[in-house]
Design a binder for this molecule. Structure first.
Ligand code: HEM
Length: 426
């Protein structure tokens, strides 16, 4: 009797496993059969599809083997199966533009579910539709108020933090000391954001606590999404909760009678009646997340590329020296000084182009979308790949090379087009 029950249980388990495998295979291949007009491409293995090859590391000023291979085989727009979803990948400048211009009409932001668990339901990368529009408009309005109200102070603060970080390399005699620049750039970016957003100085013990939690939070964002105590994913979700309660504590302190204004982004945020407390906390987290990795990577990229081009480094140095020579020794740089740094701006633009800090963004088609000869089926993931446009040799000559001077033409063209537009309107 026991043996029969055991055999039955085994058979049931085998049937469930078989049904699950069948469902998996069907859900993988069905979109291929149902959408014959989708762009050409390949789906790879059930469930993982081609995700691992798509995410394989490569130099940021190259497309990587997966995109090179797929573009050569299927063209600049192709289908694939990525992040467990049928996907259209676009390496085409016009289609990327079309996707981003039709936000919420034809396409919608669509980051993988597990990321929602870490970012929280009020994050701007998670909120959709009218709510997203409302948050984005508010963010722009608040950023505008902050930048006009706080500009002189905040440029001075950024300069002080930069001098503090660079000064710390000179300690201990300086000579022979090796610094990991990426880490220094991270320290700098974090200190600037925490100062601007929460009014905290790098030495404040709360800053150290937020940094520790924030690093766990960042680690979880790129981890396997398994919520079991001890996994990086679970640690990230818990770290987010701790950062939220730290920020809520700071908000309560600011609201307490007798507390004075610090003139930071939080003051501006707290003066808004259009956001719930959860949304205010999410704004702070979005600013930390949005500004930390991106800005520090960009600074590191600038140093990396300038390190390989003595000529560009020399041009940047000369530009800075000429601005410095017109100022007193202790005088801080003003926004007018920054505006004069034309070549530095070309270097930043070129580091953004070659560095490809954000390689692509996640979108989803809200309905069947026809674009030129392509059909993007409703519900499919759509990935506009920015790096493919930045590195397209038919758009940028010598595309893989760092050449800031290529932006000079754009600079004069943009001045030319402004003048032309002015003349048209006058
Ligand atoms: C080199 C620097 C930066 C790069 C390359 C960068 C890149 C991007 C990109 C590509 C997106 C679009 C994401 C999407 O729609 O899927 C984005 C959105 C966003 N970024 Fe940045 N970013 C940078 C700096 C910053 C900084 C300094 C902050 C804040 C302090 C910030 C805050 C945000 C926020 C809040 C969003 C969401 C906007 C929305 O959904 O409407 N970013 N960023």
């Amino acid at each position: 009797m026991m043996a029969v029950a055991g055999e039955l249980a085994l058979a049931a388990l085998a049937a469930i496993l078989l049904a699950w495998l069948l469902a998996l295979v069907l859900s993988h291949f069905l979109p291929l059969l149902l959408n014959p007009k989708a762009p050409r491409g390949s789906f790879g293995w059930p469930l993982v599809g081609e995700t691992l090859r798509f995410l394989a590391p490569h130099s940021s000023n190259t497309l990587g083997g997966f995109l090179e291979d797929h573009c050569a085989r299927y063209g600049r727009v192709f289908k694939s199966h990525l992040f467990c979803t049928p996907t259209v990948v676009s390496c085409d400048q016009d289609l990327n533009h079309f996707i981003l211009q039709n936000e919420e009409r034809l396409f919608q932001c669509s980051y993988p579910r597990p990321i929602h668990g870490i970012l929280g339901k009020s994050s701007m990368l998670v909120v959709l539709g009218e709510d997203h529009k409302r948050l984005r408009n508010l963010a722009l309005a608040l950023a505008l108020v902050t930048s006009t109200k706080l500009k002189p102070g905040y440029l001075g603060d950024i300069e002080k933090i930069a001098l503090h970080v660079v000064g710390s390399w000179r300690q201990d005699g300086g000579g022979g000391r090796v610094v990991a620049f990426c880490e220094e750039a991270r320290k700098f970016a974090f200190s600037v954001i925490v100062k601007q957003v929460l009014g905290l100085s790098p030495e404040d013990p709360v800053t150290a606590r937020i940094l520790e939690d924030f690093l766990a939070f960042m680690k979880g964002l790129i981890s396997f999404p398994l919520y079991i105590p001890g996994t990086p994913y679970a640690k990230a979700v818990q770290a987010r909760e701790r950062i939220s309660s730290t920020v809520k504590g700071i908000i309560e302190e600011r609201r307490s009678p007798g507390s004075c204004k610090k003139g930071d982004f939080l003051d501006v945020l707290l003066s808004s009646n259009e956001l719930s407390d959860d949304e205010k906390v999410s704004f702070v987290l979005d600013s930390l997340l949005g500004g930390y990795e991106t800005t520090s990577l960009l600074i590191s990229m600038v140093v990396y590329f300038l390190g390989q081009s003595a000529e560009d480094l020399d041009l940047v140095k000369r530009e800075h020296d000429s601005i410095r020579s017109n100022k007193g020794k202790e005088e801080s740089l003003t926004s007018e000084d920054y505006k004069k740094m034309e070549y530095t701006q070309h270097v930043i633009n070129e580091a953004l182009r070659c560095g490809n800090i954000v390689k692509f963004v996640h979108r989803k088609a809200l309905k069947d979308v026809r674009y030129k000869e392509y059909l993007i089926p409703s519900g499919w993931k759509v990935l506009p790949v920015f790096s493919a446009v930045h590195l397209n040799p038919s758009l940028h000559g010598n595309a893989q090379h760092f050449q800031p001077c290529r932006w000079e033409v754009c600079y004069f063209l943009s001045i030319g087009s402004v003048l032309l537009t002015c003349h048209l309107y006058w």
